[in-house]
Design a protein around this ligand. Structure first.
Ligand code: HEC
Ligand code: HEC
Ligand code: HEC
Length: 442
């Protein structure tokens, strides 16, 4: 009897395994002869450029000291490092032999031209929702770039993840195929924004928590995530921003990297914004409309609440020097006086709320880095400062990683939190700083 049960179980396992293999099998698609760049319609190429900017493809497909898209950027995941591929039209090391169909299959299904499964560090779980027409435009844009010969290192993953079939199992569990369908009861602009943010923009990738297998938790979409040692703040009702997002403030932030009711962009989001700057302006506005709707605050209320938040934050300013350098500033965990450190290192620039002559930073109390439940973003900003992109002009805040000691940074961050946010103290600032120092990013 037992033997018979075992045989049946074994048969099921073999059949399921065989079924899985058959399902996971993808044919190699034929190599395409190289077409001249003039074969592509310039309007289509321009559209593709904008969509590639929204998708910030260049961030992960950028090689150091080499033109965009030649690959090699290490995408760090909790499972290991996977390198962005060379997606220039080089025929040997890039995608120069790919047909539009092969490119669509990669973006929709995460399968390369030869039929290998690609790892989801490549956010095809979002690109899968893009339309064929849009993907053909991105294809035209990539195929008209300069081909660059550049080999990319193999992924650094341990067994069994180093077998590409593991990616197929991941897809079976988490990949939902099919074109993205927006909520048709919303305005056309909202629908356009939802489509772009959910597909090319892959915004929820860094703004949602992930499960143990690295997939975004669907029921906690936009509830806040982690990206390269930073927090991608919640954008839904759990947003830590004291000023609710409006379509206008979200546009300012996404397009210019700054909004007067929120402050300045930093960290991995700064790269996203640098690319959004090159995208079609109407498309960025549409995404701003969609993003502003996520927190559930009705548009007219959001604007009024945002004004109130600006007022509240500007009234919670750093006091006249000498008044509050003792007492409440002393941190119990380090014994250092955070208020005194603030006075010395930060107050020259951050003492007022933008009321004095132009170009003062906005009130710190408006920043999500100060209001979030996790101290990481404030620590990262203090450590690294804020700098404009190479060859661009913009806000500058110096980096303090070499100027202040770790205990000073902890005391300072705790002080800033307590003094400017009016929210409960952080209890784990020291641990968070240690994790950043160790380079533990996820
Ligand atoms: C978050 C990082 C990230 C972003 C953003 C990203 N990719 Fe990738 N992409 C990857 C990684 C990593 C791989 C390699 C996956 C692997 O080796 O399994 C990859 C692979 C690819 C491949 C397969 C190439 C090959 O030779 O197999 C294509 C095509 C591609 N990406 C296109 C794009 C396009 C187009 C965009 C923008 C719309 C984009 N990617 C945005 C990380 C990214
Ligand atoms: C690579 C990861 C990543 C991606 C992709 C990403 N974000 Fe972000 N985003 C972040 C991080 C990290 C921050 C925090 C930046 C800071 O504190 O300066 C942030 C901040 C923001 C903020 C400000 C939140 C606040 O409370 O201050 C908004 C709005 C935002 N992102 C929208 C978007 C949109 C829209 C997209 C898609 C087009 C997107 N993000 C894609 C990582 C990402
Ligand atoms: C030389 C001027 C300068 C100094 C000194 C300085 N900052 Fe900044 N800081 C800026 C600028 C400029 C910005 C970005 C633009 C803005 O907010 O208007 C900024 C932004 C920030 C932000 C992001 C949120 C926001 O409001 O945009 C935080 C948090 C912050 N600073 C904290 C600090 C802390 C803590 C110190 C002390 C260790 C400090 N800064 C020292 C100039 C400075």
């Amino acid at each position: 009897m037992l033997r018979r049960i075992l045989i049946v179980v074994l048969a099921i396992v073999v059949l399921a395994g065989g079924g899985f293999l058959a399902w996971a099998w993808h044919d190699e698609l034929p190599a395409e002869p190289r077409r001249d760049a003039s074969a592509y319609d310039p309007a289509v190429v321009a559209k593709g450029a904008s969509l590639a900017a929204i998708g910030s493809c260049a961030v992960c497909h950028l090689a150091k000291n080499s033109p965009s898209f030649a690959g090699g950027y290490p995408v760090e995941t909790p499972f290991g490092v996977i390198y962005g591929s060379n997606i220039t039209p080089d025929r040997d090391t890039g995608i120069g032999t790919w047909s539009p169909a092969a490119f669509r299959r990669a973006m929709h299904d995460g399968v390369d031209r030869e039929g290998h499964h690609l790892y989801p560090a490549f956010p095809y779980d979002h690109f899968t929702g893009a339309t064929d027409t849009d993907l053909d435009a991105v294809y035209a844009y990539l195929m008209t770039r300069e081909p660059v010969r550049h080999d990319v290192p193999a992924p650094q993953l341990t067994f069994p993840l180093n077998i590409r079939l593991a990616a197929a199992a991941w897809k079976l569990l988490f990949l939902r195929h099919g074109e993205f369908v927006p909520d048709k009861s919303q305005s056309p602009e909202w629908q356009r924004g939802a489509y772009l943010a959910e597909t090319f923009g892959h915004c929820s990738a860094c703004h949602s928590p992930r499960n143990a297998l690295g997939a975004e938790k669907r029921d906690e979409k936009y509830a806040g995530g982690i990206a390269e040692g930073w927090i991608g703040p919640a954008l839904n009702a759990a947003s830590p921003a004291p000023a609710p997002w409006t379509a206008e403030s979200a546009f300012n932030y996404l397009r210019r990297g700054f909004d007067r009711a929120h402050g300045h962009v930093a960290g991995p989001m700064q790269e996203v914004v640098e690319h959004l700057r090159q995208a079609n302006e109407g498309d960025v506005r549409a995404m701003a409309t969609y993003i502003a709707s996520l927190n559930g605050v009705a548009a007219p209320d959001a604007a009024a609440k945002a004004e109130q938040a600006v007022k509240n934050a500007t009234s919670r300013q750093w006091p006249i020097p000498g008044r509050e350098t003792t007492g409440s500033g002393g941190s119990s965990t380090t014994g250092l006086d955070g208020a005194a450190i603030f006075a010395g290192a930060c107050a020259t620039c951050h003492h007022d709320g933008g009321r004095l002559p132009i170009s003062r930073p906005v009130a710190l109390g408006l920043s999500s880095a100060v209001n979030g439940a996790d101290p990481r973003n404030l620590l990262q900003i203090v450590l690294g400062g804020i700098h404009p992109a190479p060859n661009e002009r913009g806000a500058i805040m110096p980096a303090f990683s070499g100027t202040l000691t770790d205990p000073q940074i902890v005391a300072l961050a705790d002080y800033v939190r307590e003094h400017f946010s009016g929210k409960p103290k952080w209890n784990d600032t020291g641990t968070a700083l240690e994790a950043i120092r160790r380079g533990k990013n996820s």
